[in-house]
Design a protein around this ligand. Structure first.
Ligand SMILES: *[C@@H]1O[C@H](CO)[C@@H](O)[C@H](O)[C@H]1NC(C)=O
Ligand SMILES: *[C@@H]1O[C@H](CO)[C@@H](O)[C@H](O)[C@H]1NC(C)=O
Ligand SMILES: *[C@@H]1O[C@H](CO)[C@@H](O)[C@H](O)[C@H]1NC(C)=O
Ligand SMILES: *[C@@H]1O[C@H](CO)[C@@H](O)[C@H](O)[C@H]1NC(C)=O
Ligand SMILES: *[C@@H]1O[C@H](CO)[C@@H](O)[C@H](O)[C@H]1NC(C)=O
Ligand SMILES: *[C@@H]1O[C@H](CO)[C@@H](O)[C@H](O)[C@H]1NC(C)=O
Ligand SMILES: *[C@@H]1O[C@H](CO)[C@@H](O)[C@H](O)[C@H]1NC(C)=O
Ligand SMILES: *[C@@H]1O[C@H](CO)[C@@H](O)[C@H](O)[C@H]1NC(C)=O
Length: 814
């Protein structure tokens, strides 16, 4: 998901590079990379490695990766304690040293690319107020401060940043709570401002705050707007700040404040209550709490609980999850949870290039950072659900390709919980969620990509679905509702079903009389069997937007939007590609996106038929033209590494029976677009869609979404093991003849890197281009991928091609 569109993104990316060169201040602290490099160097072939030591949480915090480096546990409830910075900072933190810190706050998303930002509620900012209470700088504009350069530090479960006045802020967390530790320069009196009304997207519409000075507790909560959905929807959030560190600290002054940019700067010493409603004229006042501690304590510990239900529950969450535990205890616990996640995939660290180890574990880290587990913290139509509930499904269009297939390999229990939440969306709303964000429906990107996510689960775990808590009939009914029932608002609910079915494509400029709710009584089994058949046929509708007459750069046949009468509405296939000369063209959700594609060009989307690439080859004029066209796509600069529709394209050569070409292309793409620096992602991490794509590239596999098939590539590591603790299997893949000199943008002559032969538990596979989950990771054991140096000699599948519908594929259920 990238609301700004590729062109805008490329433009601002260039600017970011320039500003970086101008200022030359590197963030984070150089000690972060030193520590990681030392840990990788020290790692033996030990199976008890602490994988958290290889993670660089700052990858993707620059260059519009929008990654949040905040302290979190795996799948924490939006709880990622991080600072919020000025400027473009959708996830709170950014590396740009010219941006200022507004405060430290508990709720964030990661990798979402919402340009206005998301969450950032309940910011706290430590202050030095040498002139006393009334002189404290409480408003956003007056309290913002630069960081002390090159001191930012963070690792899984820990975040730290130091202000230019030498106050250090640290945080660690649990699922719904955390601890903050502030270290002040010696001799100073600790002051704090707590913000009720400001969040990152400035979406506050009212809320309350109460200071209980005897308990040393501030309860705070309110309503805010969506970061990626209709502005008319609001969500509620609450927090509980405990200030006394179990009696080890004492409050001195406390009160409330109000301010604005036009001179309002008022403080009320001793006042304890705020109740703000939606402002009827102009912007909301800024307001919140201001307090100080007795004495000249150097260190102040603050416990924070959050909830989406109530302030009472926020306090209870802090009591239950943190209690009287120390900062170190919570941090150690968090690190342990992270190590459990990261050790699901173990690699041969000593023989793997260091950057590959760092890239892989940092990607696996982000692939467990989201979505946010808000189970037991539900609101709106989900308030009383007894199902699991996950938020920040942001968006399913981004994550179905790689994120869930990666989870499917090693974490079916967690995957099933998320599938349960998707299916529950259908129960409560009538359709599965497409882009749930801030506990609210977000904008639809592709249609109902949830179908591909729950479909992927069903294809890979239907035998265990019941044991994993999934009613496969409900799952199927939810898919059918997405595919069959026209929602009143397909902008947020999914597909424009009726006209799509009527015409066999979504027509441009059509009268759409949407249907109301339908009931689903009776005869389900018989209906399902028939509709299943229909869904299979619908899967071939992609052909209906393919105009064979459109030409670009000498190639014919491109996807185009189409009028109801069947006439194609021409747009230049290069429009909205990186080669588009018009940088004011709208390419995203805007109504004046006239191109007909979402965040992509026709050049890019015309490759997209992962279920039927064989027929795509025919549409494009056969294998040779297809390969030439793929080469041209990459060489002429139409490819966008950071854009989801392009994820599978580099491996397209497999379908034309030229797998060595895919191996070369993937090496090139990884080295041209990813590295271990904060700018090391080619765009928004998109809720770790990119992290999981990179993880697959490094492991030499690519999952065909909604199927159990993997495409085989060349691993960047000699050996890795994937543990699946639900199936009780461990599968070790060995890249025989692996040579670390092949881990380069272009594979040097004479170095083994191309797949010659694949054996599964000693038995040769029938193709060197693909294998199936049911024959591999479900069974466990040993897979050997034998590599050779002569790519040309092995540049065919030596057996069947990967499956496609039109050549009889996907016909044997596993
Ligand atoms: C940090 O570096 C940036 C860029 O050089 C500079 O603008 C800023 O003033 C520096 N901050 C401090 C506190 O020196
Ligand atoms: C680790 O194991 C590999 C074989 O998988 C071996 O070649 C290598 O020498 C071992 N390295 C260390 C540091 O023990
Ligand atoms: C806040 O004020 C509104 C009216 O402005 C009132 O309805 C509501 O009860 C108040 N809430 C609290 C907690 O004081
Ligand atoms: C989500 O939270 C619930 C409630 O604490 C817990 O049972 C479940 O295991 C969590 N799931 C994940 C994936 O974190
Ligand atoms: C189809 O409809 C479009 C838009 O109304 C129109 O421009 C075009 O001429 C029509 N084609 C035919 C064959 O009538
Ligand atoms: C492409 O090559 C494959 C494998 O050689 C072959 O099966 C297929 O029919 C060819 N496709 C076309 C459109 O010629
Ligand atoms: C590792 O990554 C860093 C940062 O991108 C780069 O400078 C370095 O050359 C890389 N090392 C190798 C061996 O590729
Ligand atoms: C995996 O092992 C656990 C513990 O031994 C057992 O309870 C569970 O049934 C096993 N699961 C499968 C799918 O075999």
């Amino acid at each position: 998901m990238d609301k700004s569109g590729p062109l805008f993104r490329l433009l601002v990316t260039t600017l970011a590079v320039i500003s970086c060169l101008t200022f030359g201040e590197a963030q984070p602290s150089p000690k972060v990379q030193k520590r990681i490099s030392a840990a990788i160097k020290a790692a033996g072939n030990d199976t008890n490695l602490d994988y958290t030591k290889f993670v660089n949480v700052f990858i993707g915090t620059d260059n519009f990766g929008d990654v949040c480096p905040g302290a979190s546990i795996p799948f924490g409830m939006q709880v990622k304690f991080s600072t919020d910075l000025t400027g473009y900072a959708p996830a709170g933190y950014v590396t740009d040293p010219t941006q200022k810190i507004r405060g430290l706050s508990p709720l964030h998303d990661s990798g979402t690319g919402s340009s206005l930002g998301t969450y950032g509620n309940f910011e706290i900012m430590p202050l030095l107020c040498p002139g006393g209470f009334d002189t404290c700088t409480t408003t956003l504009e007056t309290r913002e401060r630069l960081r002390k350069n090159n001191t930012d530090d963070a690792y899984p479960g820990y975040f730290s940043q130091t202000l230019d006045n030498n106050i250090q802020m640290e945080a660690t967390s649990t699922r719904r709570a955390g601890l903050e530790r502030f270290t002040f320069p010696s001799g100073s009196k600790p002051y704090f401002v707590l913000d009720l009304s400001n969040d990152l997207p400035s979406s506050f519409v009212g809320g309350q705050m109460d200071i209980d000075s005897a308990k040393g507790r501030i309860t705070i909560g309110g309503r805010w707007g969506s970061s990626f959905g209709p502005g008319s929807f609001n969500y509620q959030a609450f927090a509980c700040y405990d200030l006394l560190d179990g009696g080890k600290q004492a409050l001195d002054e406390f009160g409330i404040w109000r301010g604005n940019q036009y001179g309002l700067d008022a403080k009320g010493l001793g006042k304890t209550h705020l109740n703000l409603t939606r402002s009827l004229i102009g912007d909301q006042y800024q307001s919140g709490a201001l307090f100080s501690f007795s004495g000249k304590a150097r260190q102040v510990n603050i416990r924070v609980g959050v909830s989406f239900v109530s302030t009472e529950q926020a306090c209870q969450n802090a009591e239950e999850e943190v209690g009287s535990s120390s900062f170190e205890e919570i941090q150690t616990k968090s690190q342990g949870l992270w190590n459990d996640r990261l050790s699901k995939i173990e690699i041969d660290v000593p023989n793997t290039p260091h950057n590959v180890t760092e890239l892989l574990y940092s990607s696996l880290y982000r692939a467990s950072l989201t979505p946010n587990n808000a189970t037991g913290e539900t609101q709106g139509v989900f308030a009383d659900t007894n199902h699991f509930y996950f938020d920040s499904l942001y968006c399913s269009w981004d994550t179905f390709r790689t994120f869930y297939p990666l989870m499917s390999l090693h974490s079916p229990v967690e995957f099933a919980q998320i599938v349960d939440s998707y299916v529950d969306g259908w129960r409560k709303n009538g359709w599965m969620p497409e882009c749930r964000a801030n506990n609210l429906p977000g904008w639809t990107q592709g249609g109902s990509s949830a179908d591909n996510i729950v479909g992927h689960f069903a294809m890979n775990y239907h035998n265990e679905a019941a044991e994993l808590g999934i009613d496969i009939n409900d799952l199927y009914a939810a898919m059918l509702a997405d595919g069959e029932l026209n929602p009143s608002e397909w902008d947020i609910q999914g597909r424009e079903v009726d006209v799509y079915k009527q015409y066999g494509f979504v027509p441009f400029s059509v009268l759409d009389a949407t249907v109301g709710q339908q009931t689903r009584e009776g005869s389900r089994t018989m209906e399902y069997a028939f509709e299943d058949f229909a869904i299979r046929q619908v899967a071939l509708f992609y052909r209906n937007v393919f105009d064979p007459d459109v030409k670009s750069d000498g190639f014919s046949g491109f996807a185009q939007k189409r009028f109801p009468n069947g006439t194609f509405s021409f747009t230049d296939p290069a429009d909205c590609s990186p080669n588009d000369k018009d940088d004011s063209r709208e390419c995203s959700l805007q109504e004046d996106n006239e191109v007909g594609f979402y965040e992509s060009s026709s050049w890019e989307y015309s490759w997209y038929a992962p279920h039927d690439t064989a027929h795509l080859i025919t549409l494009m004029g056969g294998n040779n033209t297809f390969i030439k066209r793929l080469d041209h796509f990459f060489n002429a600069g139409y490819y966008l590494a950071g854009n989801e529709p392009s994820f599978q394209t580099p491996i397209g050569y497999h379908y034309a029976n030229r797998p060595s070409h895919s191996v070369d292309r993937v090496r090139q793409i990884v080295f041209e677009n990813f590295d271990i620096t904060p700018a090391g992602l080619p765009g928004n991490d998109d809720q770790a869609a990119m992290a999981s794509l990179l993880a697959f590239h490094l492991l030499g596999l690519y999952p065909v979404p909604s199927t159990s098939q993997f495409l085989i590539l060349s691993p960047f590591t000699p050996k890795f093991t994937i543990h699946n603790s639900f199936l009780n299997t461990s599968t070790t893949i060995t890249a025989k003849n692996f040579d670390s000199r092949s881990v380069k943008k272009s594979i040097p002559e004479g170095i083994a890197a191309y797949v010659n032969q694949v054996t599964i538990n000693g038995k040769k596979t029938e193709s060197r281009c693909h294998f199936d989950f049911y024959d591999t990771f479900r069974l466990g054991g040993d897979i050997e991928i034998e590599l050779v140096a002569d790519g040309e000699s092995v540049d065919d599948c030596a057996g069947s091609l990967p499956e496609s519908l039109s050549t009889g594929g996907w016909s044997t259920p596993r």
